[in-house]
Design a protein around this ligand. Structure first.
Ligand code: HEC
Ligand code: HEC
Ligand code: HEC
Length: 179
């Protein structure tokens, strides 16, 4: 009886607080700097910095509540510099790669263009990805553990728990569009 009671309590707690998972949204509520666990909350000059909610609040957000940086860039809401002086231009490669080793999940569309607007080829080649289509074995649990795509997704780019932003290409063996 007691065991069942505790189990229910666990279910209710998980229902309310969610499972703590790596790669989950990091800052959906744009927490104040003093509470983000990174800044020194006792330092008075924190107040002189712009508040995250003020800086990020008007940007487009994804369904986990984090800023959708791709949309922000598309809409010219941000204009990131290529280097310190902002003089160089990015070498954008407009080539999508469809990654098909996804079992029943929709295939993954890897867009080079989206990435090379911010990143250099050497951020990904030759490590963690050999520049060869279908030339890499990428297990999903490694991505969730922070390897391959997970080196960025879940850290500085959108969470790996928004499956459909990567698994966006339906195939005969996949479920219908759920997003
Ligand atoms: C950041 C991009 C990204 C996101 C988000 C993502 N995946 Fe993946 N997933 C991949 C890549 C890349 C592969 C490997 C495809 C290949 O090698 O052809 C993969 C492969 C898989 C595979 C097959 C390989 C294996 O290890 O079983 C499954 C199943 C899978 N993903 C499920 C999911 C689920 C469920 C989610 C959401 C919780 C998700 N993925 C979110 C990129 C992503
Ligand atoms: C964010 C990571 C990332 C960046 C940045 C990146 N790539 Fe890639 N690239 C990939 C992935 C992932 C693949 C697919 C690998 C696979 O299918 O196993 C790939 C594949 C390739 C391929 C193979 C294409 C084919 O048809 O075989 C070439 C060539 C390539 N990239 C060149 C580049 C160049 C040039 C740049 C810079 C302009 C660049 N990549 C930037 C991740 C990246
Ligand atoms: C070196 C860092 C890095 C790696 C590695 C990386 N990404 Fe990304 N990715 C980004 C950044 C940065 C963005 C743009 C910001 C954002 O969307 O959060 C992005 C955006 C994307 C988008 C665009 C989503 C949209 O809405 O248009 C897709 C799809 C994507 N990544 C898939 C992948 C897949 C699949 C892999 C692995 C095969 C991967 N990424 C590896 C950094 C990375």
């Amino acid at each position: 009886m007691i065991r069942i009671g505790l189990l229910w309590l666990l279910f209710v707690a998980v229902g309310i607080f969610g499972l703590p998972r790596p790669g989950m949204a990091k800052d959906p509520a744009h927490v104040p700097l003093a509470k983000d666990g990174l800044h020194d909350s006792a330092n008075k000059s924190l107040e002189s910095l712009q508040k995250p909610a003020q800086a990020l609040g008007t940007f487009p957000h994804d369904r986990l509540g984090e800023v959708n940086w791709v949309e922000a860039l598309d809409k010219n809401l941000i204009n990131p510099r290529t280097d310190k002086e902002g003089k160089q231009t990015m070498k954008v490669l407009d080539q999508d790669i469809i990654m098909t080793n996804t079992r029943a999940m929709p295939h993954v569309r890897f867009p080079h263009a989206t990435h090379t607007r911010w990143l250099d080829c050497t951020n990904c080649h030759p490590k963690p990805f050999l520049p060869v289509a279908k030339g890499n074995v990428v297990p999903m649990n490694s991505v969730l553990r922070g390897e391959f795509c997970g080196a960025c997704h879940g850290r500085v780019a959108f969470s790996p728990f928004i499956c459909e932003r990567c698994h966006s290409v339906l195939h005969p063996g996949s479920p219908k569009k759920w997003w």
